[in-house]
Design a protein around this ligand. Structure first.
Ligand code: ZN
Length: 242
């Protein structure tokens, strides 16, 4: 039982942004960027791949020729979706931002466009989905924020510490036992409420850590959140819709 929980907590999460290999600069970019002293890297959004004009942020479309651009890898997921970079996030606001941008950038809109724009729309649309998935749940959002705040420091570092935290493992095991013994929905709902309460408490602490500029303090809290999330998923499997 414990082994399964540890494995679930270790499973790779979609934590999002990684630098990607840059595309080869288009000729228009080389012509436009080199004289301006810029490095020609159109995949990073330095200039329009078609006309060479400098794009205006957030730079989905060229302000001069309206061509759809490749994703600007300098933007983080929050910037991409036009949301403030902070841990608390209203899921409805996130859904709305994702829907609005997908409506503008979805490949269906570019079926009759050039091959380059069709490709860009596929990349933009996939990136939006990636950003949405990473920011939706508090755990993956917190881990992503940690990557942004502490670049180069792996968020999963120190897993062994959590495994050696007897208080945490004891609490998780106790709830797991209560779940195993629950033979009616009322009991399962009580376990669900305990898990929910733990998660809310951790979210508040993570929020405070980021808010007060102590991102390193968020790391052990997020590690704990992984355990509570995995037990929360088990509880959900047992919960019947009311
Ligand atoms: Zn252009």
């Amino acid at each position: 039982m414990l082994g399964a929980l540890v494995r679930a907590a270790r499973s790779p999460l979609l934590t999002g942004w990684r630098p990607r290999a840059l595309l080869r600069p288009a000729e228009a970019c080389v012509r436009a960027c080199v004289p301006r002293g810029l490095r020609p890297i159109p995949a990073a959004g330095c200039c329009c791949w078609r006309c060479g004009a400098a794009p205006e942020p957030p730079g989905f479309f060229c302000s001069s020729c309206r061509a759809l651009q490749a994703p600007d890898r300098r933007l983080d997921y929050f910037q991409l979706l036009g949301l403030p970079r902070r841990f608390p996030l209203d899921p409805e606001r996130l859904r709305e931002a994702h829907r609005r941008l997908q409506r503008a950038l979805h490949p269906d809109n570019f079926a009759r466009s050039s091959a380059v724009e069709r490709r860009h729309s596929e990349l933009q649309s996939a990136l939006l989905n990636e950003a949405f998935a990473a920011l939706l749940r508090p755990l993956s959002r917190g881990l992503y924020l940690l990557e942004l705040e502490l670049p180069g420091e792996p968020p999963a570092a120190g897993e062994a510490e959590a495994e050696a935290d007897p208080a945490l493992l004891g609490a998780v095991l106790e709830l797991n036992e209560r779940l195993a013994e629950a033979d009616n929905q009322a009991d399962v709902r009580r376990v669900a409420a305990s898990v929910e309460a733990r998660l809310r408490e951790l979210e508040d602490k993570v929020d405070l850590a980021f808010e007060q500029g102590r991102p390193r303090d968020a790391r052990p809290l997020l590690r704990q959140m992984k355990y509570w999330n995995s037990i929360g998923d088990r509880v959900k499997e047992r919960l019947l819709p009311r």
